[in-house]
Design a protein around this ligand. Sequence first.
Ligand code: FMN
Length: 495
Amino acid sequence: MTGKLTGASVAEHNSKDSCWVIVHGKAYDVTEFLPEHPGGQKIILKYAGKDATEEFEPIHPPDTLDKFLDPSKHLGAVDMSTVEQEEKAFDPEEAERLERVSRMPSLAACYNLLDFEAVARHVMKKTAWAYYSSGADDEITLRENHAAFHKIWFRPRILVDVENIDMSTKMLGTKCSIPFYVTATALGKLGHPEGEVVLTKAAHQHDVVQMIPTLASCSFDEIVDAKQGDQVQWLQLYVNKDREITRKIVEHAEKRGCKGLFITVDAPQLGRREKDMRSKFSDPGSNVQSGGSDIDRSQGAARAISSFIDPALSWKDIPWFKSITNMPIVLKGVQCVEDVLRAVEAGCDGVVLSNHGGRQLETARSGIEVLAEVMPALRERGWEKRIEVFVDGGVRRATDIIKALCLGATGIGIGRPFLYAMSAYGLDGVDRAMQLLKDEMEMNMRLIGAARVEDLNPSMIDTRGLLGGHNGIVPTDTLGVGAYDPLEAPRFNEK
Ligand code: FMN
């Protein structure tokens, strides 16, 4: 006798009335938890009586069951040799993907950050690609984030001694090798089995700060445990309706050494990311076709994991955050000068000018455009030292970073490129992506005539294209163009 449960005994509990599942070799009674599951009941019921590990793993930190399921529902170890392995049906899409993986370009063939995106698109699983790459609605803001950098041109200085380039800087009091950081992106294990800790290791190799997402696939502690030496991490916070949960998260993060609290303020409701939603369409676990549950679970990975976020979060909460932590408080997702000024008045230490990578409000302006509006207003008031201004969205080249620094940004967040590098090539990929950025940065600082980050200033860029308003230039509405049935001219009679 092993004292373990058998596969057959678990398999008996395969219905809504008695639902057991196996995760990492242990059985759990989730019957009563079914209605509370943020991702809906249906996906759990798909695995009732079976091993759910593969589905569970990428979207739940490993401490999830300990945290959210009463200990009485932890049924103990299962003898996995007795669990019937389901024959996986042949999946032609997956077979094609694996074939592409076997033909992947070598890492050395990636010369810039967009190269990682091009490779990742072909080798990532469809649902993972859809979650990472998607933007809101028509993805106009998503594309604008990148395009906006092309509206800024350089005014370089010549005959400056640029033999030695120093790219180091300080962000929230932390010295770092280069003014970019790994911004928070949820669900790292969708792209790589080890998840966010891959980014932690790469960040360490390059002396770059990592922002830890609330909705990481790894547990918060795993990500902190993976840091080395005096590596610096920040916490990105989605504020829970239950403030006690939020308080615990914040206090724990501070205790574990996080050096900044980034409160996400652009997501009172998750945007509609239709690529993500569509990728779930064929998944029998989703409710897309049948509906029927009181909460709409049909919104892809994003919606499934975010139902706890408090839409009532407001300026009134800022003093409370200040009362529970000594970490610098930064608002992530600020999108106009008025709110930056208000953040200064509220005593915040920083803002991230960001539209969440184009995943939230469609036709929100790019962070870089907002930066160009914000910095003169701060300087006018002599407030530019009172708050650190970060920016993210669409940064793919060191020239983009330099443009933001010229405008006055303290630090620049990069999201998807590191996810794509990780998904396609693992740690080596992220390492190379960061090195490529450093190499580009060094070269371009030389070419612009700035030996140090402090030497970059607004006179080195021409922002007229960016600040000319959005008049005249209409972004391509790709869906509209594809769906449009063009009018026809009168037809001539056949001969
Ligand atoms: N921002 C958050 O504040 N919290 C999140 O959990 C979060 N998850 C994200 C997941 C993905 C896949 C992506 C692409 C972005 C996410 N973001 C999140 C937004 C990023 O922090 C950042 O604002 C954005 O990715 C920057 O744009 P970029 O991807 O073009 O660099």
